[in-house]
Ligand binder design. Sequence first.
Ligand code: SF4
Length: 357
Amino acid sequence: MDRIASIENALVGGGRISRDDAQWLWHNATDGQLQQLAGIVRARYHKPFDATYLLMRIINYTNVCVAKCDYCSFYRLPGQPDTYTRSKEWVFSKIDELIEVGGDLFGFNGGFNPELKIDYYTDLFGAVREKYGNSIEFYAMTVVELIYVAKISRLSLEEALSRLYDAGVRWVTGGGAEVLSDTFRKRHSPLKYTVEEYFAAQRAILAAGMKTTGTMVIGFDETLDERLDHLESVREFQDVTMGGLFSFLCWTYKPWNNELGGSEIDAQEYLRHLALCRIYLDNVTHVRASVLTQNANALRGLSYGANDFDIPWEDEVTQLAGAVIEQDVERVLGYARAEGFEPRRRSAARPTLVALS
Ligand code: SF4
């Protein structure tokens, strides 16, 4: 039996692939073979042409950051002239705008701002929860922002999370992961915490009774081994936490206006990687495609193992790095339909995927 057939047999039988298999598939499998294998794992959780989406916006509440990741186009150092920290009223206006067009998910994303201790966050998130109740949902911060805020507030992760929970926070995202390989992190973001610190924070989030997600960004200069380090560590985390990560989203690096520069990976590389994620992460229920960085190509991802996607309204971080956001919802849905899918909208304000129509 050739290697593809033996991998396919293992997957059909409910088994999983090894790291060595993943490496082999990356170098040797055709796009069609990757699609087929991803489809086998996808079918463990979803009907073949089922896909869901939600309408969301990122709220960038501050652009001050001292982490200085070399791939970042967004941050400003304290004291630079074009820094900002947004008021509650500004945040409310951003939420109201998205509600107007039918969205209900907000992802807060800022930086490592030394001026903003835990009280800033509990005050802001408490006000959002008080004003909007459970009619919307929000991802309060990324895992790495959480670690930073706890440290500068001189709190343990548990204490910081307990205060955030009391303020109404129910979700943190796996953002700040980029590539979960310490060699990669030392090269590009040495102040953005190690892989071990990242997963310790993810465990603390789950222990605090909150939900979290898995994320990944590719297309910098990471090696295949570093990508596989990432997938391996996420799969192990899922095993140990029995599915602690609600979903896994992979997006791509945008190389404009930052120190690292470079060029973008092509559309096919993203799709092949997405398929590999779906195949490897057999213990993740929802694999999501990135409309934010891939536009129409993200919807081709539904045929490469993804089952869910965001339609994002705004995200300054990726827009400054070169992302062009498609705000025409019908056009984005049309891309999915062209792939043979009829996506159902889901509500972020409910804890599980729920189609609204
Ligand atoms: S990627 Fe995030 S942590 Fe890194 S410099 Fe930019 S804002 Fe700061």
